[in-house]
Design a protein around this ligand. Structure first.
Ligand SMILES: [Cu+2]
Length: 370
């Protein structure tokens, strides 16, 4: 680690009085050398390992009434996966998945982050937690060369739903574009109200040198990324990750809570559940609640918590209502199983003849569906 970064790190640790262990060894294969600052705030806490889940799963609600030191183990893994069937991309991930694991902690917890980078990785990686009160969100403390593990800690001071992502320098935008992002929920001390189902969704764009669905291993396009012309806008890292056999499952009467992030790197999401307005939205993932919301905005680098009670069975599509993006992958399905509810939705009551003619309808105009 460079001297300037270390100096910043030390001053940050002292300022915020959280436990910090900074990896200072210069290269892969060296000995372990740690810099340890005051940990008075957190060393007495019980130490527990975080339950980490891959999307669309969410860790169980926290029932603890006291703070803990929650250990989160992340590994930077470069991995070739399909964006869409037959179209491969060399993702950069945490723990082998895009989005990265969902992390659930409690307001006031100390979060101890371990970031490992395999010896034959090609890149350095780091972590910027939007939930951390630390310079660069912890990226200075977590910058990790191949063949090293970094450990640092921060206190989760503010409840809410937060993005975390790689912030490698230089090139954080590329690391996010390659798939290095996930969500952390900092539950308020009193917890969130119980619901029947919780799901984890993150939207992001992919920019490739080949066109949409071009076959073979695709190369990241810096040009398309800088002009904000995505080939793919997807939920949970892959086209169709929440469709067909991967659709989300719920039942009539369920209160469904969506934890939704937007990793961007560029586009704002207009998140919409077709067929049911959200009963409650925690705006931008914070404490302010809005009700009866048809479409909620999620800024790039932001998140929302959105809840919908499902009254009528069926197949419901959710999407980015910047709707041409749906064809690029920004759509998914929520299945609601159960008995019909004719008091709320009739279904088609009648289908009968209508003979009136509209002269303009016969005017020929070229249009293109493709
Ligand atoms: Cu990275």
């Amino acid at each position: 680690m460079k001297k300037t970064a270390l100096t910043l790190l030390l001053s940050a640790a002292l300022t915020f009085s959280v436990g910090v262990f900074a990896e200072t060894a210069p290269a892969a294969g060296g000995s372990t050398k740690t810099t340890k600052n005051s940990t008075a705030l957190s060393t007495h806490l019980p130490v527990i390992e975080a339950e980490l889940t891959f999307a669309p799963k969410v860790p169980k609600p926290i029932t603890r009434k006291e703070p803990a030191r929650v250990v989160v183990k992340l590994e930077a893994i470069e991995k070739v996966m399909d964006i869409i069937g037959g179209t491969q991309f060399k993702y950069w991930t945490f723990n082998g998945a895009t989005p990265a694991p969902f992390i659930r902690v409690r307001e006031g917890d100390t979060v101890e982050i371990h970031l490992s980078n395999p010896a034959n990785s090609k890149m350095e990686h780091s972590l910027d937690f939007h939930s951390a009160a630390a310079p660069e969100g912890g990226a200075l403390a977590s910058n990790t060369k191949p063949g090293r593990t970094s450990v640092f800690a921060f206190q989760a001071l503010q409840p809410g739903l937060y993005l975390y992502h790689c912030a490698a320098f230089p090139g954080a935008a590329t690391h996010i574009s390659k798939g290095m992002f996930g969500l952390m929920l900092v539950e308020p001390k009193a917890g969130l109200p119980p619901v029947d189902k919780e799901f984890y969704i993150v939207q992001n764009e992919f920019y490739t040198q080949g066109d949409f669905a071009a076959k073979g291993l695709q190369v990241f396009s810096m040009e398309k990324a800088s002009y904000e012309l995505p080939d793919y806008v997807v939920f949970n890292g892959h086209y169709g990750a929440l469709m067909g056999d991967n659709a989300l499952q719920s039942n009539v009467g369920d209160n469904v809570r969506f934890f939704i992030g937007n990793a961007g790197p560029n586009k704002i999401s207009s998140f919409h559940l077709i067929g049911k307005a959200f009963d409650t939205v925690y705006i931008e993932g914070g404490s302010l609640q809005n009700h009866h919301v048809q479409t909620t905005l999620i800024p790039a680098g932001g998140a929302v918590i959105a809840e919908a009670k499902m009254h009528v069975p069926g197949s419901y599509t959710f999407l980015d209502h910047s709707i041409f993006r749906a064809d690029k992958g920004a759509k998914g399905t929520l299945i609601v199983a159960g008995k019909e509810n004719p008091d709320i939705y009739s279904g088609k009551i009648k289908d009968e003849a209508y003979d009136k003619r509209n002269p303009d309808a016969d005017v020929e105009v070229n249009f293109h569906l493709k």
